[in-house]
Write a protein that binds this ligand. Structure first.
Ligand SMILES: NC(=O)c1ccc[n+]([C@@H]2O[C@H](COP(=O)([O-])OP(=O)(O)OC[C@H]3O[C@@H](n4cnc5c(N)ncnc54)[C@H](OP(=O)(O)O)[C@@H]3O)[C@@H](O)[C@H]2O)c1
Length: 255
């Protein structure tokens, strides 16, 4: 399908994981994709995969914590962007609140809140001038439910969910749609490091499995495309029902 034909899409954090899957899927849907992140070798690999498959992509290196000037320069290099996916994040978890160093707090706030805020501020005016655009924020079910050891990460994701609502109100009248995807635990490269923890969570998911990056990417295509033309300020969980169904409800066998 070509649901994103004639669109340029910038996906932050598309050198790996969910962002990479979104970049590959957007390209398959006809978008010209701007692949971003700090790891140039992986950026080149993602672009090569997309172009070999017949798609269009280029890699733009960026450290999103480098401050306003660097982000504005990055946005200028990106040019006209029709779809922005704020996906990059500093993933911190499994840490007691009393044992979280200040530099970790600063990195989480800088990557997960300040960076999408400044990048959106840099790109939205051009969308506004054109009268169209779509912003998809990659939040988390951690913003919706409490999870021990995840206070800092969850708070940053809740901020992104709040930005979605505020930006829907601010940019909606100018033809820009802003929505959030809240993935549940998703099977990415780093998941192997917490496999036993994930297996305990999976037992409480109605689907009895993790989300896949491709499933999150499919939701992102939908929200970025005209098929979602009147969906504004929404949060779409991609979690197999984890946030809707209690562990108690998911565990009872019915036959
Ligand atoms: N995996 C899950 O279970 C899960 C569940 C819910 C929500 N999420 C959300 O999904 C998104 C993607 O996570 P993931 O699991 O796919 O993790 P991942 O593979 O570690 O991807 C994170 C991406 O962010 C980029 N990034 C991090 N810091 C950056 C910085 N300072 N500047 C530029 N890029 C930076 C990384 O690129 P470089 O290292 O190349 O810079 C990488 O491409 C995140 O927003 C996360 O909160 C994930």
């Amino acid at each position: 399908m070509s649901r994103l034909a004639h669109r340029t899409a910038l996906i932050t954090g598309s050198t790996s994981g969910i962002g990479r899957a979104i970049a590959e899927r957007f390209a398959a849907e006809g978008a010209t994709v701007l692949v971003t992140g700090r790891r140039a070798d992986l950026g080149a690999e993602v672009v090569a995969g997309i172009t070999t498959a017949g798609g269009r992509a280029r890699y733009l290196p960026v450290d999103l914590t480098a401050g306003r000037e660097a982000i504005e320069e990055f946005a200028a290099r990106a040019g006209d962007v029709d779809v922005l996916v704020n996906n990059a994040a500093y993933l911190v978890g499994g840490r007691p609140t009393f044992d979280t160093p200040e530099d970790v707090v600063d990195a989480a706030l800088a990557t997960n809140i300040k960076a999408p805020y400044l990048l959106t501020a840099a790109l939205a005016p051009k969308m506004q001038a054109r009268g169209s655009g779509a912003i998809v924020n990659i939040g988390s079910i951690n913003a919706l439910t409490g999870m021990a050891g995840s206070a800092l990460y969850s708070a940053t994701k809740a901020a992104l969910h709040a930005l979605t609502a505020a930006w829907a109100a601010e940019f909606g009248p100018y033809g820009i749609r802003v929505n959030t995807i809240a993935p549940g635990p998703t099977d990415v490269e780093w998941s192997t490091s917490i496999r036993p923890h994930l297996e305990r969570i999976v037992a409480t998911v109605p689907s009895r499995r993790l989300s896949s990056p491709a499933e999150v990417a499919a939701a992102a295509v939908f929200l970025a495309s005209d098929e979602a033309s009147h969906i504004q300020g929404a949060t779409l969980p991609v979690d197999g029902g984890l946030t809707t169904v209690t562990a108690h409800g998911a565990s009872r066998p019915v036959s």
